[in-house]
Design a protein around this ligand. Structure first.
Ligand code: EZ4
Ligand code: CO
Length: 402
């Protein structure tokens, strides 16, 4: 079998997605997500100009060799654009291998290690009262784990909190919008929100919180300590992750578990965090960390060091990524949690998929391959719209960490 064509599809059914579709001479096809929020066209060009020409004529069965070829052959290693492009190829090749074998991809990865993939949903609201209503709504839907985010009194617009009832969509303007951030106001507010959520819902629901890289290590240490009475499952992205040593300081001061990794793209970006056991959950994803092949390598390293998976699953990760993530999640020994924000009906229609939610769990599709596809005719009806993530400034105008 040979690869005869690889198409890069850019579409915007409510938000932007980039998808690679690989076609073979025997008619078997595979799909891979290549979406990099706010930088979509950089990956599309990387694929079209530099990767697709090298794929034509290759044997799609050689997944590991193709990964090594694209990674080592580029000379320029790592980074989100490169790793997302490689991920798209890798994911599509696993899809093809599953279809050829007649098996869902998780069977190729060793089969099930659990019955379902525990997911967490997003309870967002401007106020603490509002977020109690949202948590109740998720619990009614069957969720066992809920991420809790609220606005901060005195600040207008907080990242991760939707304006209305719809799931929040942070890439909101062609040129980045600007928000204001105050660490003092934030730290003064968050513990009181979790006190109320625990009082209302008791000890059993798993609660999570995303700091979105906003604090310094000592500030994060203080927040972690302040949240200990409310028994969080994790505190996410407490500090920007470029400086892995920063996590050592947080670790010395709090037992609140730490999750990090949604912007990390390779095992070399997180090996210190993992091998020193500075984190509890690694949130790298199929689409941004080199595909199923490389993410499995990260998760295997994590398994040796008591670190569990907690993959990113916001709406900018397409149903193709989610399908791939679920095959890994169901098969690895050290699965922790999977983030899940359901997509809009328009997105679901462009990406028909076989995975489904039931009783707090997602279940991967049982059909051969990943169990997801892209309807290219429908996708063509939604042209790309430039959309960037916002930036945050301190009250005095200083550009803040992100
Ligand atoms: O900022 O998906 O945990 N989820 C998040 C998301 C990310 C966006 C970035 O593209 O932090 O909101
Ligand atoms: Co996050």
């Amino acid at each position: 079998m040979r690869i005869t064509e690889a198409r890069v599809v850019v579409t915007c059914p409510g938000r932007n997605f980039v998808t690679l579709k690989i076609v073979t001479d025997e008619g078997v096809t595979g799909v891979g997500d290549a979406t990099l929020n706010g930088r979509e066209l950089a990956v599309a060009a990387y694929l079209r100009e530099h990767v697709v020409p090298a794929l034509i004529g290759r044997d799609p069965a050689r997944i590991e060799d193709t990964w090594q070829y694209l990674y080592k052959g580029a000379y320029w290693r790592r980074g989100p654009v490169t790793m997302t492009a490689i991920a798209a190829v890798d994911t599509a090749l696993w899809d093809i291998k599953g279809k050829v074998a007649g098996l869902p991809v998780y069977q190729l990865l060793g089969g099930r290690s659990r019955d379902g993939v525990t997911v967490y949903g997003h309870a967002n609201a401007e106020t603490a009262d509002g977020v109690l209503t949202e948590v109740a709504r998720y619990l009614d839907l069957g969720y066992r784990a809920v991420r809790v985010q609220t606005g901060v009194p005195g600040l207008t617009g907080t990242y991760g909190v939707s304006a209305g009832a719809a799931p929040y969509e942070p890439a909101d303007a062609a040129v980045p919008s600007e928000t204001t951030w105050s660490t003092r106001r934030y730290l003064a507010h968050v513990p009181s929100v979790f006190r109320r959520v625990r009082e209302e819902f008791g000890p059993h629901v798993m609660l999570l919180h995303d700091v979105h890289h906003r604090l310094t290590p000592i500030e994060a240490a203080r927040l972690g300590a302040a949240l200990e009475p409310y028994d969080l499952t994790w505190m996410e992205d407490p500090v920007p992750a470029e400086l892995q040593e920063g996590f050592r300081l947080i670790r010395q001061h709090t037992t609140t578990p730490i999750a990090v990794g949604e912007i990390l793209t390779s095992v070399w970006d997180c090996h210190g965090l993992i091998t020193e056991q500075l984190i509890d959950y690694i949130r790298a994803t199929v689409v941004h960390a080199g595909g199923i092949t490389h993410l499995r390598r990260i998760f295997d390293l994590a398994a040796l060091h008591h670190v569990r998976s907690g993959s990113h699953g916001a709406t900018d990760l397409s149903p193709v990524c989610m399908a791939a993530a679920l095959h890994l999640d169901i098969s690895i020994p050290n699965f922790g949690l999977q983030e899940y924000m359901s997509h809009t009906a328009e997105t679901d229609a462009v990406f028909p998929h076989g995975y489904h939610f039931a009783d707090g769990y997602l279940h991967p599709a049982e059909q051969p391959g990943l169990g997801v596809d892209i309807d290219e005719d429908l996708a063509a009806r939604y042209p790309y719209r430039p959309a960037s993530l916002p930036v945050a400034r301190l009250e005095d105008g200083t550009l803040h960490s992100w």
